[in-house]
Design a protein around this ligand. Structure first.
Ligand code: SPV
Ligand code: MG
Length: 555
């Protein structure tokens, strides 16, 4: 349905229609979001907001048109453009109609001010009106020029504004209706609605009436509607509200020079992101930009309380433990960046206020104490798109390990340390739980082998895998393709509504580990590939680990 047809449909319904003035694309979006059915592209607010100029025909037709186009493109509701006096004579009106129609504007208003016009609201300015014949000619020209039968031409008279009296106002309204106007806008500067209500009472034609009650704001929409007014325009209140908001914000900013102080006066950044469609933009990026290693986003799960490392982690999460001058997280970031990964999301929880490194994006799991890694991972659900690297926050790893994982073409791939096979006997019985893995084609223990790029598939993963059956250790690093990520979200979405009771090794989905989700993927016939690595990583989970990290890590 065209926007002009939408406008006509509104006007056909019983009762009055409300239009609200916008001065740019964003304000128009807000008007639409507020449920207002029609946007008014006001000359008063457009000249004020776009050029900080008075509303006296200083902006050209094309300047106004450009703004009207931006407004119209930003919304799906119909837009009526205020075209002043049509920017010249009847010939200029013809071009105006052609251009505005082409831009998809649903209707225009043209007023009987001479060129250059003076805004109807300004007190004490000279007022001259075009002759009745001249303006009626413009109305006829506009109606002749329109191609779209639904395009609406509003003829506006300034007779009451110029103080020429009710008889002149009625005469002009009749003449413009006779010239074919779809609607008559009767403007008034009287301090109450009495004047326009008198006009409406004396109006004896079918041509519907439009009013702009800026100067008689005590009147209610319902009152105008009851009197038979068809379209009510609240022309400039949105701009005035915005100016009030900007002035308040600036006053506080100038006085305090402190950004926190203006927070109560501003919307959150996220609100602007939402209004301009950042999530749609991101979805397009994920769908249409080529994905290579440089397109990988890393999600680091750093919410846990690090109890096993107390008292070292009394005042900070594990990833902020320092090893020879740099924290685990800083070392991770360095390796990520060396591999071209700059898009890094961190899920915080325990001592989240300590995690403030710049250049990262943060999500919080404030329920870190009662929930598991999966819950933390999905705290960052909007980020689980495109190629995704999953990372535990307490591991240190060699660049080569990450590079090998990044070469994987699988939808879901995890890095598995095969050195486990050689140390298994020595480690038994296990002194702490380990994320163990059983794969389909494991190498033989104690044999030399080249950890090939050929992928093996994971059959079982988790801490309950019997050590004597395990043939590798999951190092806490996984890579998902765009499709793999999609499957991840899909499975989680389903589980969230259906899962009751234990979830693999966890007593409930909420407390599930990442390995529980890997096992779920496997059980759902989603292959989890195994990328073989041989040592080249460390985890910092216990005090002994931490000591070992100190011993191993270079200055
Ligand atoms: C506008 O909004 O630009 C109008 C209405 O034309 S008024 O400002 O009252 O003239
Ligand atoms: Mg105007």
């Amino acid at each position: 349905m065209t926007k002009s047809a939408k406008l006509r449909a509104h006007l056909r319904r019983p009762g009055a229609v409300l239009a609200v003035g916008a001065h740019d694309a964003l304000s128009a979006k807000l008007v639409e979001a507020a449920g207002i059915p029609v946007v008014w592209a006001s000359s008063f607010t457009v000249s004020a907001a776009q050029r900080a100029m008075p509303d006296v025909n200083l902006l050209t037709m094309t300047e106004n048109l450009e703004v009207a186009r931006h407004i119209n493109d930003a919304v799906s509701v119909p837009v009526i453009a205020d075209c002043d006096n049509g920017y010249g004579n009847a010939i200029n009106v013809i071009r105006t109609v052609e251009e505005y129609e082409k831009a998809g504007i649903a209707g225009i208003s043209i007023e009987d001010n001479v060129f250059p016009k003076r805004c109807s609201l300004y007190p004490g300015v000279r007022r001259e009106l075009a002759t009745v014949a001249e303006h009626a000619g413009k109305v006829r020209a506009a109606k002749r020029a329109q191609r779209d039968p639904d395009f609406v031409v509003i003829a506006r008279t300034e007779a009451l504004i110029a103080g020429w009296g009710m008889p002149e106002a009625l005469k002009r309204a009749h003449a413009y209706a006779d010239a074919g106007a779809d609607m008559i806008l009767m403007h008034s500067k009287a301090p109450t609605a009495a004047e326009v209500l008198e006009f409406v009472g004396r109006w004896d034609r079918d041509t519907p009436i439009v009013v702009v009650p800026t100067l008689y704001p005590s009147v209610r929409f319902e009152e105008l509607q009851a009197a038979g007014v068809k379209l009510v325009i609240f022309a400039n209140q949105v701009l005035r509200g915005a100016v009030r908001g900007m002035q308040t914000t600036l006053e506080v900013l100038a006085r305090t020079r402190h950004l926190d102080a203006v927070t109560p006066h501003t919307v959150a950044l996220e609100e602007i992101y939402r209004l301009v469609g950042v999530s749609e933009f991101k979805a397009y990026e994920a769908e249409f930009l080529p994905s290579g290693a440089d397109q990988v986003r890393a999600v680091i799960i750093a919410a846990g309380s690090g109890k096993s490392l107390l008292p070292l982690t009394q005042d900070r999460p594990t990833c902020l433990l320092e090893i020879k001058g740099r924290t685990i997280l800083e070392r991770q970031l360095e390796t990520l960046r060396a591999c071209g990964i700059y898009d890094v999301v961190v899920v915080r929880g325990y001592r989240k206020e300590k995690l403030q490194l710049p250049g990262l994006r943060y999500y919080d799991n404030d329920r870190y104490d009662e929930t598991g890694e999966l819950y933390s991972l999905f705290a960052a659900e909007p980020e689980l798109q495109g190629r995704l690297l999953f990372l535990y926050a307490d591991i240190l790893f060699d660049q080569a390990v990450l590079e090998k994982l990044l070469r994987s073409k699988a939808d879901v791939a995890i890095a598995v340390d095969r050195s486990w096979l050689d140390h298994r006997e020595r480690l038994l019985p296990l002194s702490k739980p380990m994320d163990l893995v059983v794969t389909r084609n494991a190498p033989q223990p104690h044999h030399r082998f080249l950890p090939s790029e050929d992928m093996d598939t994971v059959l079982r993963v988790g801490q309950w895998v019997p050590p004597e059956e395990a043939n590798g250790e999951f190092i806490g690093m996984a890579l998902f393709s765009e499709r793999g990520c999609h499957r991840l979200r899909e499975i989680w979405g389903r589980l969230r509504t259906t899962s009751v009771g234990p979830f693999h090794e966890a007593d409930a989905l909420e407390r599930g580990s990442f390995t529980d989700l890997l096992q779920e993927l496997i059980d759902q016939d989603e292959p989890v590939s195994c990328v073989n690595v041989y040592k080249g990583w460390l985890e910092v989970d216990t005090f002994e680990d931490y000591q070992r990290a100190w011993a191993e890590v270079k200055e």
